[in-house]
Design a protein around this ligand. Structure first.
Ligand code: CMC
Length: 386
């Protein structure tokens, strides 16, 4: 046997974190990181949150265009008709342990839906869009049921009168939301629907590129979103705000975290090198909510955080990201922090599905390489001689 020259195996260029690596073309979203702009299929996010709905945005992402009136009605009806879960899944959810991580339950729930789908492997694009609508719709119910059961509460069945987002809030809290709360939830779902290729969408694509199925890809996306550097940051940001307690404590908190080389949650972004436009929108709704509730405590702390972090990190492009304000808004809407990241995941199911469907139009197995830095070739030594 001939020895192998290790130098022949080494690939010199490593794109750590896949920074700036482009793996696909997309029409789904465009992030202008320098100027803090975000577009879905060309539409500015600000116009969508003002004039559209989560259901319409789902159609836009899955079909690549806005629906006509009758198309929107039938897509909305389809999503409504898919809100309830198979009764066997409900029975399992009723037994999940108290305090279980709801991201794990969501992954499990989506995998369970795959088990129930007899035509899993044989779907064309049109059928896959219907499957996507089913997963999008049922994901919110899985999160809500799992939350209530694990808190020892009765589940709240979906309401057919409410929008997808307002119904989520209702199923979690048990309270029919007022118009401001319904609007904010809809905005939250729209803002979390799609964001080009973060780690979770990439995870979904890697799975889909093997020609696995939509459920597996979306379930993988949920797993990737769970981490605190991605979707988990909204929960951490709220914990931070609650532990700070009042605007007077912000200065000391920020200085202490930065001195220990820590990270301030809800700040910084791999792509945005200016203000995250989603944070700007959430901030406006936090202001409306604070005014409606007569409680400015969260608003005052987050505003002070912005001021101090910007001053202390003046030379770096570190600005608030979506999670700084979303956590505070969700808390004020009565949502437990246990559902923050699952809410993000449930809303993002459409983005993952849309990327997968787009990638499948011209699929190529994703298979990167690693540079070998281990020992040179050596001979195996039997265990009794070591
Ligand atoms: N607090 C303090 N310093 C920071 C922060 C922060 N939140 N974010 C980045 N920095 C500093 C970092 O220490 C580094 O400094 P230096 O150059 O002196 O070593 C510099 O900025 C660049 O950091 P990086 O780690 O190279 O930047 P990245 O692109 O890998 O980081 C990030 C992106 C989101 C992981 C990071 O900003 C972070 O950890 N933020 C806190 C967690 C968070 O809020 N995540 C939510 C992201 S938005 C939701 C989503 O879209 O998924």
């Amino acid at each position: 046997m001939q020895d192998i020259d290790i130098d022949d195996l080494a690939y010199v260029h490593i794109s750590k974190g896949l920074d700036d690596v482009v793996v696909k073309e997309t029409v789904l979203s465009y992030i202008d990181g320098e100027n803090g702009r975000l577009f879905y299929v060309g539409y500015p996010i600000e116009e969508l949150v003002e004039h559209s709905t989560y259901e319409e945005v789902c159609f836009l992402l899955l079909h690549g265009r806005l629906p006509k009136k009758d198309e929107l009605e039938s897509f909305t009806d389809l999503m409504k008709s898919e809100r309830e879960l198979p009764k066997e899944l409900v029975a399992i959810l009723s037994k999940i342990p108290r305090n279980s991580n709801l991201m794990d339950v969501l992954k499990f729930g989506i995998d369970y839906l795959a088990i129930c789908d007899e035509e899993l492997q044989s779907k064309g694009r049109v059928d896959n869009i219907v499957t996507a609508a089913k997963i999008i719709s049922k994901s919110s119910t899985i999160v809500a049921y799992a939350f209530r059961y694990s808190e020892g509460l009765e589940i709240v069945r979906p309401s057919q009168e409410l929008s997808h987002a307002a119904n989520f809030l209702y199923m979690v809290t048990g309270v029919k939301p007022d118009s401001l709360s319904s609007k904010i939830m809809d905005v939250a779902f729209i803002l979390h629907a799609e964001h080009e290729l973060p780690a979770s969408s990439m995870a979904a694509l890697v799975i889909a590129s093997t020609l696995s199925d939509l459920y597996s890809a979306i379930s993988g996306g949920v797993g990737a979103l769970k981490g605190p550097l991605h979707g988990g940051a909204n929960e951490k940001a709220l914990e931070m705000i609650l532990s700070i307690g009042s605007p007077e404590n912000v200065e000391g908190y920020v200085k202490q975290v930065l001195a220990s080389k820590g990270r301030i949650m809800g700040f910084g972004h791999r792509v945005y090198k200016s203000y995250d436009p989603r944070a700007a929108i959430f901030r406006r709704y936090l202001e409306s909510l604070s005014q409606q509730r007569g409680d400015r405590s969260f608003l005052d702390i987050t505003k002070k955080l912005e001021e101090v972090v910007r001053r202390e990190l003046a030379g770096k492009p570190i600005f608030p990201n979506i999670d700084l304000y979303s956590g505070a808004v969700f808390h004020m809407l009565g949502l437990s922090k246990r559902v923050f990241t699952p809410l993000f995941a449930a809303a993002r199911t459409v983005g993952w599905a849309a990327h997968v469907l787009e990638y499948w139009r011209d699929n190529r197995l994703i298979r990167p390489r690693a540079t070998y830095v281990g020992p040179p070739m050596r001979r195996y030594i039997p265990v009794h001689q070591r």
